[in-house]
Design a protein around this ligand. Structure first.
Ligand SMILES: [Zn+2]
Length: 331
């Protein structure tokens, strides 16, 4: 049973699709690779090595021009689901920031609808269930994020299953400005998660839970170095979505072996696994899962525990949860 609860649509654009879609996008900018140049697009999207969150997000942003067209939105969303299924997943929760993809004549609602339709196609073609998590962005203004939350609420039950806050926590750590957006998402019955304590101190994870009402924390790497935050995480039952390789690329940890996933587990923190932006890091979910065994020593029972936690914490309809539960090994 493999459930990916933390991955970004913007981090799943195939370089081959970028090279092809670029043929129809003459205004990509002077520094963009030529249309059709697959290797150059791979270089443009993939990270060379560890840096910081700002540099990491710049690589992710290299995918943004391709979400400007209806075809791009639909195709990239559909392929993201198909690629996840091909990677061996049983369920995918796919997050994206619609406000980055608004263009003249294509508003938040149209962007979100196109992504939901693409995901639905990917589900049909792959036979794998998936849900869309709409992300507000830290560097966007409060009014934009309120609009994003309203659009997410409108699409609840029609593909959208959750709400997130993503973006540059290094430069924009404050959470209070986003409380209104989360209130809208909560009222619509959406599941709530938030990137927190990825670049900012561990206490921001607790703040996200208490101020925004989230039940899951994206990354939370710095929770492990703050004893009070770590105790809170274990006691509260919050689920931390760990993405080890991503944390190495963003500089949240200096060496992969230093990732706190084992420390989290030993402290009693509930865990789920994600691959964040697998095109940029070149480490899809299957590779992240292998790391849990090979680098962090998770045995089969501990991986089964992670799967059970992921299933209970996923923002999926009860019918999907019941169908997937039936496939869990009996403990
Ligand atoms: Zn993320």
């Amino acid at each position: 049973m493999r459930l990916n609860l933390h991955t970004h649509l913007e981090g799943r654009l195939r370089p081959a699709t970028a090279a092809e879609l670029a043929l129809d996008l003459p205004d990509l900018g002077p520094s963009s690779p030529a249309a059709g140049d697959l290797r150059a697009w791979a270089r443009a999207l993939q990270l060379d090595g560890p840096a910081d969150l700002t540099v990491y997000l710049q690589k992710v942003a290299a995918s943004y021009p391709f979400f400007g067209s209806e075809e791009g939105l639909h195709r990239i969303s559909s392929e993201a689901v198909q690629d996840a299924a091909a990677d061996g997943l049983d369920y995918l929760e796919l997050r994206f920031g619609p406000a980055n993809h608004v263009r003249p004549g294509r508003d938040l609602d149209a962007v979100t609808r196109a992504v939901c339709e693409g995901v639905a196609e990917g589900m049909r073609l792959s036979g794998m269930p998936a849900g869309v998590v709409v992300a507000a962005l830290r560097d966007h203004d409060v009014e934009t994020n309120l609009q994003v939350a309203r659009v997410a609420a409108r699409h609840a039950g029609n593909g959208v299953v959750g709400f997130d806050l993503a973006g540059d926590e290094l430069r924009f750590p404050e959470l209070e400005p986003h409380a209104g957006a989360y209130a809208i998402a909560r009222a619509a019955g959406l599941g709530l998660t938030c990137h927190a304590a990825e670049a900012a101190p561990g206490r921001f994870a607790r703040q996200a839970a208490e101020l925004l009402g989230v039940t899951r924390i994206g990354h939370g790497a710095h929770v492990a170095t703050d004893p009070e935050a770590l105790r809170w995480a274990a006691d509260s039952g919050v689920v931390i979505e760990v993405c080890p390789t991503s944390n190495w690329f963003t500089g949240a940890i200096q060496r992969l072996e230093q990732h706190p996933v084992r420390r989290f587990h030993a402290a009693g923190v509930r865990l789920a696994l994600g691959d964040d932006n697998p095109i940029q890091t070149q480490s899809p979910y299957s590779a992240e899962r292998s790391l849990l065994s090979a680098v962090f020593g998770f045995d089969d029972a501990e991986l089964a525990e992670l799967d059970a936690t992921s299933l209970s914490a996923a923002f999926m309809p009860d019918s999907t949860r019941a169908a997937l539960s039936a496939r869990l090994p009996l403990s």
